[in-house]
Write a protein that binds this ligand. Sequence first.
Ligand code: GLP
Length: 242
Amino acid sequence: MDFIVADTYEDMSRKAADVIAGCLATEPDCVLGLATGSTPIGLYADLVQDCAEGRISFADATTFNLDEYRGLDPQHDQSYRYFMQQNLFDHVDVDVARTHVPDGANPDAEAACAAYEEAIAQAGGIDLQLLGLGHNGHIGFNEPCDHFPVDTHVVELTESTIQANSRLFDSVDEVPREAYTMGIGTIMRARRILVVASGEDKAQIVRDAFFGPVTPEVPASVLQLHPDVTVIVDAKAGALCA
Ligand code: GLP
């Protein structure tokens, strides 16, 4: 594992954007796994700028997002599809037909999950998977539990995740209670993994996830077992790992 402590959020974002830009430059038809949340917003802005200035192109790339709320229409302004359009897809030269987000509006959960796994396999698997880190160590929406769920599945969100994500909704009652997420196996099958975390509120979980025991109670800790992981945190999130 490469553990990099950047000075600031901007520095973390640039360094992480460089990893993705490097992947696009060396393998233009790469398959990228993408994440939502506040943390990647800065690195997406950097990639938009890189693309506008002609340094990178998404024209031949394929993308798969980690997760999506269940029951939210893609047009809902808190859906992860909407987030991706706003923060990246609408501003780069990606072919939207090759961007994939689990279909939150599909009432047939089993079919939606199986179709997502199949689409990833058909694309040849994920070359580089970007991940943020939940305060409880969740990756995607894989919440702490007693085992590592393998494939894309439906999860019930924990109260702490509902509370954390309610800041983005008008009220906590509007936060969906369920979500689709890639499984831990889906994530671990990616050939390379890039994790970003920022802010002092992530310092404890960064230490637990990357320097503590590997346990499904801290889902991100499983990444310690992956052969090619780069973790980039800002100084505040890395404060307990000196
Ligand atoms: C959400 C997402 C995760 C994300 C996490 C952290 O629950 N499902 O994929 O990594 O929150 O988000 P943030 O970067 O806003 O702290």
